[in-house]
Design a protein around this ligand. Structure first.
Ligand code: TXA
Ligand code: MG
Length: 329
């Protein structure tokens, strides 16, 4: 199968209507989409990603009104959050209706919904008339794609089309919130800083597991990982002295000094005052370092505030040694 990269929304809609999978751009990361009403297309998403069947998929809709029919009992807090952040990088876990299959929900009685904030994908959702189940378009455990070329590298020849939407603006996945009664609980840190959500909800409960027994499926300890080992530290330039005989890659969030500029395998994403840009570039920088042939990536810990918490969450999962975890597929 030849994989076409194209801006053609009608073509993408045709492929999806015929039960094929198409990679779609969102403001967070590219997704691997399936018509939620095609069981074979949804199954194929799990197979392509080599994702365990217990890990549910996020369902993408074009507007809040489309949620009616897919969910029941929407808590007031969920409506408030949807009003504040949709379209946008917020996924809400709600009790599912019978229209959401167990394949999509990973056997749970809930479904995660979101309205993505990307003009092409919003238009695609309006044209198809069916919601799209779409996990990030990467094999299970690997770094998420923020550009069409990242998707192509993972799935060339395996899907008919990537809808070209340019580099993803936010660059990290959506924030995931579920509800205990009317109380919001954060299951995954994401593209909206917690502080901004708390402005709407008041203080939030976090259930973000960093243990080997994740509370939410898909929040595995090792995730978002390059093939290359990654070490998270406060100062990569100091840390590098301990690895004299290895070829090193560097990821800085603070300016390390003029002498580092222009060196190969050095990525500098200044965090202070530019945290949106740092998050947007995070995965592209990791993809580049992973392909550069270095033995080890030394990544600097971010300030633990705003999107820095999300960046640190992703990097700490990427830093988990593979050997201590079950095989990825
Ligand atoms: O930004 C995003 O959310 C991207 C774009 C494509 O929308 N999607 C994404 O999907 O990151 P995925 O499948 O890579 O991650 C979704 C996470 C998984 O950890 C999954 O287990 C969790 O959401 N999830 C989905 N439905 C859930 C549910 N009903 N209960 C608990 N966790 C759920
Ligand atoms: Mg993912």
């Amino acid at each position: 199968m030849k994989t076409q990269i194209s801006h053609d929304i009608s073509l993408a809609a045709e492929w999806l209507a015929s039960g094929s999978n198409v990679a779609i751009p969102t403001e967070t990361v590219y997704g691997l989409a399936a018509n939620i009403f095609s069981e074979s297309a949804v199954n194929q998403v799990y197979q392509l990603k080599k994702r365990p069947s217990s890990h549910p998929l996020i369902v993408h809709i074009s507007a809040m009104e489309e949620a009616e029919g897919l969910v029941c009992n929407v808590p007031e807090a969920a409506r408030t959050l949807a009003k504040s952040f949709w379209p946008g990088p917020l996924s809400l876990i709600l009790p599912k209706s019978s229209r959401i299959t167990h394949t999509i929900s990973g056997g749970r009685d809930t479904v995660a919904l979101r309205v993505p904030d990307h003009p092409l994908t919003l238009e695609l959702l309006r044209r198809t008339g069916f919601p799209l189940a779409a996990p990030s378009a990467n094999p299970y455990g690997c770094i998420s794609p923020t550009q069409s070329e990242h998707v192509l590298r993972y799935f060339d020849g395996k899907i008919p089309m990537i809808l070209e939407g340019g580099p993803c603006r936010s660059g990290v996945e959506s924030t995931i919130i579920g509800f205990v009664g009317n109380n919001p609980v954060v299951y995954r840190l994401g593209a909206i800083p917690l502080e901004r959500i708390e402005d709407v909800t008041g203080p939030l409960t976090l259930s973000i597991s960093h243990t080997s027994q994740p509370m939410a499926p898909g929040m595995d300890l090792r995730h978002y990982s390059p093939e290359t080992p990654l070490c998270l530290c406060d100062d990569p330039s100091v840390e590098s002295r301990s690895f004299k005989n290895q070829k090193l890659g560097f990821l800085f969030f603070q300016f390390p000094g003029d002498e580092w500029i222009g060196l190969p395998n050095v990525e500098i994403l200044p965090f202070l005052d530019q945290e949106t840009e740092a998050a947007a570039q995070l995965y592209a920088a990791l993809h580049r370092l992973d392909r550069s042939g270095v033995d080890l990536i030394l990544a600097q810990r971010c300030a633990n505030q705003g999107l820095g918490r999300t960046i640190n969450d992703r990097l700490s999962r990427a830093a988990e040694p593979a050997a201590q975890n079950p095989p990825r597929a």
